[in-house]
Design a protein around this ligand. Structure first.
Ligand code: CIR
Length: 256
């Protein structure tokens, strides 16, 4: 069970952040409203929110998930792969120090973005991507192994349209992984029941299981129906403005 989440609203220069998609510029007011609805959904799932202030020095800083890996036993501060995002960790260190006695830190030349890290019970899948390098993944595995977690690495470089591992997969519990077609067949996914993402609904592969609910991007009816058939309680959220900046549902919070 999660009890808390760290969130940070977008800043008014959110549109200056990094993006690789061509969906137009996000509308700030709309992004704020979508973020508010996201926060309300987390509260509905039973979480207490730790709300940081918007930080215009870092236009991508609403995507807090990339700055840390938070688990029941330990917290690891990442070294984000994008130069413009490295400073985002400062306020996260300050915040997480209130909850963890010790914070481990990925050191350069290692880089890790939290969006590449998928926890499945006591096992972690770590994506090697444009943002997370092998050195960073190995450092992270070391920290996790010391806390009796296991981990394996999944190379997602060259997988078209995928910024992070979790842009294409979600662990939704019950031994089930939602997997976009571009990632099917990875040996690390053997042993899980795979829920395939219908063609054209790839963005919805990134959703989050939070206690009794799954937070799910609005506008993807086929995957929605499939998950409902499997018995999940979905909370649908409009994500259009974050999608324009390459962000998914998971990246807007750090849940622990
Ligand atoms: C970036 O390119 O870093 C941001 N615009 C989006 C980060 C999304 N993070 C995530 O999916 N974990």
């Amino acid at each position: 069970m999660f009890t808390r989440a760290i969130v940070r609203p977008p800043s008014d220069n959110f549109a200056d952040g990094l993006t690789s998609v061509d969906l137009g510029a996000p509308v700030f007011e709309k992004a704020l409203a979508q973020h508010r609805a996201y926060c309300e959904a987390l509260i509905r799932c039973g979480l207490t929110l730790i709300e940081l202030e918007a930080d215009p020095a870092y236009p991508d800083s609403t995507f807090v998930e990339d700055t840390a890996i938070v688990t029941e036993n330990c917290a690891v501060i990442t070294n984000p792969g994008a130069e413009s995002r490295k400073g985002e960790v400062v306020s996260i260190v300050e915040t997480l120090s209130k909850f963890y006695d010790r914070l481990d830190r990925v050191q350069p030349p290692g880089t890790v973005d939290g969006g590449d890290v998928c926890q499945i019970g006591s096992h972690f899948l770590i994506g090697i991507s444009e943002r997370t390098n092998r050195e960073g993944a190995e450092q992270l595995s070391g920290f996790l192994n010391a806390e009796s977690y296991t981990s394996s690495h999944v190379d997602v470089r060259g997988t078209k349209g995928l910024l992070h591992l979790k842009s294409g997969i979600t662990f939704i519990g019950e031994n089930r992984l939602i997997v976009a077609d571009s990632l099917l067949g990875q040996p690390e996914f053997g042993g899980y029941e795979i829920v395939r993402v219908p063609a054209g609904e790839e963005y919805a592969a990134n959703c989050i299981r939070v206690n009794d609910y799954v937070l799910f991007a609005a506008g993807f009816p086929k995957l929605k129906t499939e998950l409902e058939k499997l018995g999940y309680n979905l909370i649908e959220l409009e994500m259009s403005e974050f999608e324009k900046m390459d962000g998914g549902l998971s990246c807007l919070s750090l849940r622990f």
